[in-house]
Ligand binder design. Structure first.
Ligand code: UDP
Length: 337
């Protein structure tokens, strides 16, 4: 969705508020949000059977566009279980005009929206896309080593937007403590700088400051050549992948990594536990201590990952591939006709 930096500042505030932050929406911010949605609605055209709108940023488009003969679905990708009530109250009238609201988990449906037509559909990954396709291990290793990381030493990686909900600073603490037990261990933080996430750069600088010039901390972004195939290679070749989220919508990176057979150590947040039931794909953790302990255990004894890997891949195959997602989505659209 096009917009000014100010619009993206407002919509990141709305995103944070729906995940429970105290961000306030001023009257000016509301006006800007609605004006930008009106502009996008006008450009959309009218000749559709279905329109699926993702996330809060364009949520008012349905109301501002008018329905025509189309059916409108709003797809929420974040954890809205404990939203900031004031911001939810502003958006609720726009949500309630949709023919269906889709959430990743039942627990994410805010009390005020339960009356609507609700569908629960978790996302899925595309195993044939460049991010998830099988790439020969030698090639993966070359891609990772091209970034300066050495694969003759342990490597822990987190692939995430630079966002406080993903706790990248906590990941650096974990790395420092893991290194006491596993000397030479390296950390890679891969983050895509999204155009509509004004907080990303501030967090990037906080991460660099926390890294303090440590040559074994690699902070890599789309501006340093990280694209889908590089993410694929890091998810394949890391010793352990962390996802230390504090709040999470689904956490696609978890299924992406489990699919590649790499063990995951992840925060018990949002959609992550459904991807990692006990003994599947890796370990869920509550805090930094547990994260360090599980990561060190996996680095010291990689055999621990063998069963997690097999169970993990079949769990993702059954529940979190794009084929299941497509079937769920088609079923929903058919029910709206
Ligand atoms: N991603 C990426 N490059 C990066 C960081 C993230 O391509 O440097 C991708 C990641 O592989 C995943 C998506 O961005 O497909 C993030 O989705 P997720 O559900 O994990 O988190 P979100 O950003 O939606 O909160």
């Amino acid at each position: 969705m096009p917009g000014s930096p100010e619009f993206f500042r407002v919509t990141k505030g709305i995103h944070n508020a729906l995940q429970g932050s105290r961000d306030e929406l001023t009257e000016d911010a509301k006006r800007l949000y609605l004006a930008q949605n009106a502009m996008a609605a006008e450009k959309l055209g009218r000749d559709y059977d279905f329109v699926v709108v993702h996330d809060p940023q364009p949520a008012a488009m349905r109301s501002l566009h008018g329905a025509n003969d189309a059916r409108w679905v709003w797809r929420c990708h974040i954890d809205t279980s404990e939203p900031n009530e004031k911001v939810l109250r502003f958006l609720s009238p726009y949500f309630s005009e949709y023919d269906a609201l889709v959430f990743t988990m039942d627990q994410f449906v805010p009390a005020g929206l339960r009356e609507g037509n609700i569908a629960i559909i978790p996302p899925g990954i595309d195993p044939l896309s460049p991010k998830n396709m099988t790439v020969p291990v030698d090639l993966c290793r070359q891609i990772v080593e091209w970034t300066g990381v050495r694969l003759d030493r342990a490597l822990i990686t987190q692939v995430s937007r630079f966002d406080s909900w993903k706790d990248p600073l906590g990941v650096i603490d974990v790395y420092r403590r893991v290194r006491d037990d596993v000397p030479g261990c390296q950390l890679a933080l891969l983050g895509q700088m999204a155009l509509d996430d004004p907080e990303g750069w501030a967090m990037y600088h906080e991460i660099l400051a926390a890294a303090g010039g440590d040559p074994d901390i690699h902070v890599l972004t789309n501006f340093t050549g990280i694209g889908n195939i590089e993410v694929n290679a890091f998810q394949c070749c890391s010793s352990v992948v962390l996802q230390k989220s504090i709040r999470e919508g689904f956490g696609l990176v978890v299924s992406e990594t489990i699919w590649k057979g790499t063990p995951v150590v992840a925060g018990r947040a949002g959609g992550i536990p459904m991807q990692m039931p006990k003994g599947v794909g890796g370990y869920l953790i509550e805090d930094i201590d547990e994260c360090v302990q599980r990561t060190v255990a996996l680095l010291r004894d990689p055999r621990l990952a063998t069963e997690l890997r097999t169970a993990g891949r079949s769990h993702v195959r059954e529940h979190f591939l794009i084929t299941r997602l497509l079937a769920d989505e088609l079923r929903l659209l058919a029910s709206l006709q």
